[in-house]
Design a protein around this ligand. Sequence first.
Ligand SMILES: Cc1ncc(COP(=O)(O)O)c(C=O)c1O
Length: 452
Amino acid sequence: MNSERKQKLSLKRCTDLPGPKAKAIVERDKAVLSPYNRPFYYPFVVEKGSGCVIEDVDGNEFIDFNSGLGAMNVGHCHPEVVKAITEQCKRLLHYSYTDFYYRYAVELAEKLGEITPGDFPKKSFFSGSGAESIEAFAKVARWHSKRPLFIAYTGGFHGRSMGALSFTASSPVQKRRYFPTMPGVTHVPYAYCYRCPYKMKFPDCDYWCVDFIDDFVLKKYVPAEEVAASLIEPIQGEGGYVVPPKDYHKRLKKLYDKYGILYAVDEVQCGMGRTGKWLAIENFDVVPDIACMSKALGGGISLGATIGRAEIFDWEAGSHCTTLGGTPVACEASLATIRVIEQERLRENAVRMGEHAMKRMREVQETSEIIGDVRGIGLMIGVEIVKDRKTKEPGGDMASAIIEAAWRKGVVAIGAGSCSFRIAPPLNISQELMDAGLDFLIESIREVEKDR
Ligand SMILES: Cc1ncc(COP(=O)(O)O)c(C=O)c1O
């Protein structure tokens, strides 16, 4: 790390990693909690967080480069969000809005209608998670269109409940032993240009991946008039932080409009200002018919939203409901989060810091054999690690080795896809913390490259 920066930055370091308290919790955890994703990462045992810094149970501090899996866009324990939650806790914790009424859900639905793209009336359904926002999308799309089928994309991640899992296609481990999932979803290749599934080159391909859907899917075996919707991540998250080319979504939307197929976007990870826009799809100048949101939407409290053109939500009362979706506390936390993003101009900061981080990583790429690709919009940046830049042979375990080494230095980053890692800190990260986190990652890349 730049020595001046090192002097200025004083992240607390109290023990070796993992420290004794962390080790003890990991042992207790093994006995009583399901394994989840943890085998993929290092033993980071978090205790508290403030802004973009998180502290482990032994008192060691780290820069958060994954925003609590994408949920903490305004940083940890933002005072405005904490205040809104605390005040709401004294007023009303729960009283299901799907059976009665409360202003908190109305206010949030109104606000989401205002900030999401599309100059038309919109309606929202609130739930408790990203997967549930997808479940609601699938059901309302079927109900409204009276069509049973869907198109989804390879590399896409949409959650793990049986309906949402049917759309997910980013790793076999997510689906192994769970078939049969919900029938009716056909997957087509996503525009992952660095590793084009058709082995073509952009722009010479002229968006063949879009024409393929028309010529070889809809005209051959998936009757277009029976397809309710296409569900797509505007920028893929779990699949590797994959950014499609500028006109991809426009071309897709045009294709689906031809057949009356709804354009639904999964904004669970890429939404809420992360790319500098409220919804990532806005970067591609497309207005979706439906958007699914969660993670940062609730400012740390469980919340999912399925929002779309008002006329789509024409299902009969009782057709879809949930008890603890859109609780008053979650709605107030969400409204406070939106206020903070607006008032502190965090979308602008995301663009500024994102461009800075991409520039630095691209400079390193020039002298590194193992950085295959640096891509992203705003603070949704993926760095793909390869064994060889010419052959693009995937980097195997090198991405994990890099993020583990970087954690030992003081930044908590996670992987994406098979061999990429993410740079996705809270949107209010300062240049100082951004540079320090990047220094840790860059030093780790150099070490892993030297030792391979
Ligand atoms: C794009 C996307 N959609 C849906 C989900 C599922 O959200 P949840 O884990 O809240 O069910 C995720 C979670 O990572 C996601 O990244």
